[in-house]
Design a protein around this ligand. Structure first.
Ligand code: GUN
Length: 283
């Protein structure tokens, strides 16, 4: 039977560690504050933003939130981001994506001070990651590294195959796995004979956004499988990009959905908020 990689438990551990650090900083007179901006009222974004604020409250990070109407102009949003960049009492700035269609996400992300970019989406953060300089790392891939390490799964020398090349998961995941000395293959929607690649994976990370697409034929015996997908099945139950029932007997370890990768994203956001304090003290 495959080892279940318990994201609920590991994310709780990380939040407890962050909480202790926040308390220690408070003892030194340093408070940590995250500004969260949501534009429009996309229901999924509202759930994410609510959960982020709840996590802040739990670990003792102050959160200030801006709920702006859908009709907000890109210019006005950037003016707000710039004001937050200047505020000494704000450590992290998070603009919830997706933004309304009339806005250019790249423009908005570029306006965030890289020292406050707790999502790790600014081009400077991505560039720093690619050449090994200090900077923020996108929360979901950073969380996956923690899941592996804290589950006792060695990464060095392993062949890691990633399915998906998004800026938020696939690409930073590849860079992080390289930093951990894995051999990395990135596959995507145009890859021919996907299974030929995924079957070579010691560690298979799936972020393709297709419900229960990865079946046992895509997986090598004994592989570690990480499922980043989040969908509803025909019975309205949460499920991932991986067909868990079919795949799990073949793996050595696997993340469930829910309770795998999902809870790690917010835990790593909290981690990044605390890390922002020391990043901001650098010249
Ligand atoms: N939308 C979906 N995931 C994320 C995330 O991690 N951060 C932000 N800002 N928006 C998102």
């Amino acid at each position: 039977m495959a080892q279940l990689i318990n994201g609920k438990e590991i994310s709780s551990q990380i939040k407890e560690e962050v909480k202790a650090q926040v308390t220690e900083l408070a003892g030194q007179g340093i408070s940590v504050c995250l500004a969260v901006i949501q534009v429009g009222d996309d229901p999924a974004s509202s759930v994410y933003v609510r959960n982020k604020k709840k996590a802040c409250e739990y670990v003792g990070i102050k959160s200030i939130s801006y709920e702006l109407p859908e009709s907000t102009s890109e210019e006005d949003l950037i003016v707000l981001v710039r004001q937050l960049n200047e505020r000494q009492d704000v450590n992290g700035i998070l603009v919830q994506l997706p933004l309304p269609k009339h806005m250019d996400e790249d423009h908005v992300l570029l306006s965030i001070d890289p020292k406050k970019d707790v999502d790790g989406f600014h081009p400077q953060s991505v560039g720093a990651l690619s050449i090994g300089l200090p900077g923020f790392v996108s929360c979901t891939p950073a969380g996956i590294i923690q899941l592996l390490k804290r589950s006792g799964i060695a990464i060095e020398g392993k062949h890691c195959v990633i399915v998906g090349r998004s800026n938020i998961v696939g690409k930073p995941m590849a860079l992080l796995m390289l930093r951990e000395n894995a051999t990395v293959t990135v596959t995507h929607s145009k890859t021919k004979d996907l299974a030929a690649y995924t079957r070579q994976a010691d560690i298979l990370i799936v972020a393709m956004g297709k419900r229960q697409f990865i079946t046992s034929e895509y997986v090598k015996e004994g592989a570690v499988v990480i499922d980043v997908g989040m969908h509803r099945d025909e019975n309205n139950k949460l499920c991932g990009d991986v067909d868990f029932v079919d795949v799990s007997p073949k793996c050595s370890a696997i993340t469930p959905v829910p309770g795998g990768v999902g809870p790690m994203t917010i835990a790593m956001l909290m981690y990044n908020c605390v890390a922002s304090v020391s990043l901001q003290s650098r010249k």
